[in-house]
Write a protein that binds this ligand. Structure first.
Ligand SMILES: NC(=O)c1ccc[n+]([C@@H]2O[C@H](COP(=O)([O-])OP(=O)(O)OC[C@H]3O[C@@H](n4cnc5c(N)ncnc54)[C@H](OP(=O)(O)O)[C@@H]3O)[C@@H](O)[C@H]2O)c1
Length: 253
């Protein structure tokens, strides 16, 4: 990005990857609006940022909340230049046990909410001839994994959204990319580790080590490594329509 201070909006900024992305954008000199449901976590993140921040608590799956969050940023700082659609969580079940509620919940959070955010952000970006959209997807956007059909379908879907939007906007100065991590050392992965431990009778440390060993690099990805890839998408105007794997070599595509 040019040296100008940009207005950034990060969803799911209260912990994990979103927190690391917010910290990176702020450290690079940009103002960062933070949204998630937990006001206290957003406040804790805001307190760590070296630059200006806005705390905007919202459930991003509520359609009206998307407009309210963008309107609040615009009222304070003007239009969003950099959108990082990161908010997410996962449910795990066998395909046959995946309920309509689980399916709908994953699509609402991981596909429809990013779609609404991108749709809200893009017109202003096109008007100004500059914009960066980065969706935090997953390697589950690239390949199938057992017991996470709804999550995998939603992540494949959001990569489709990214590719279509990038194709449509390529000549406008707006880039649209996805970052696709494998297991990252965040609270979301702590939940996965606890589930493995419960199912297998292993200790938490053993379950975490087993998860790390499944990745070619032999360890979990760090949130900062994901934030670094988000930053690449922010600074490089020639990278668009990509799903950039940050996965320790798990998926070679
Ligand atoms: N961790 C991994 O191994 C991994 C791997 C690949 C992809 N990812 C993806 O990376 C993204 C971030 O994951 P993470 O590991 O950083 O998870 P995390 O540590 O659990 O953080 C998730 C963030 O999303 C927010 N969020 C969840 N539901 C929300 C809702 N309905 N409305 C608004 N905010 C919501 C959470 O805040 P509140 O709960 O307070 O709302 C939190 O700030 C997700 O999209 C995830 O699918 C993670």
């Amino acid at each position: 990005m040019p040296a100008a201070t940009r207005t950034c909006l990060v969803t799911g900024a209260g912990r994990g990857i979103g927190r690391a992305v917010a910290q990176r954008l702020s450290a690079e000199g940009h103002r960062v609006a933070l949204t998630a449901r937990s006001t206290d976590q957003l406040g804790q993140v805001a307190a760590t940022l070296p630059g200006p921040s806005l705390v905007l608590p919202a459930d991003i799956t509520v359609a009206s909340a998307v407009d309210e969050v963008f309107a609040a940023v615009e009222a304070e700082w003007g239009a969003v230049d950099v959108l990082v659609a990161n908010a997410g969580s996962g449910v795990s079940a066998k395909l046959a046990d995946t309920t309509d509620e689980m399916w709908r919940g994953q699509l609402d959070l991981l596909l429809t909410a990013p779609f609404r955010c991108v749709r809200r952000a893009v017109p202003g970006m096109v008007e100004r001839g500059f914009g960066r959209v980065v969706v935090v997807a997953s390697i589950a956007a690239k390949r199938g994994e057992p017991y996470i059909a709804a999550y995998t379908a939603a992540k494949h879907g959001v990569l489709g959204l990214v590719r279509a939007a990038a194709a449509e906007l390529a000549s406008s100065g707006v880039t649209v990319n996805a970052v696709c991590p494998a297991y990252v050392d965040t609270p979301m992965t702590d939940v996965t580790v606890a589930a493995i431990a419960e199912k297998t009778g292993r200790s938490l440390a053993e379950a975490r080590a087993a998860l790390a060993a499944r990745q070619p690099i032999g360890r979990l990805v760090t949130p900062e490594e994901v934030a670094e890839a988000v930053w690449l998408c922010a600074v490089n105007g020639a990278v668009t329509g990509q799903g950039i794997n940050v996965d320790g070599g798990a998926v070679q595509s």
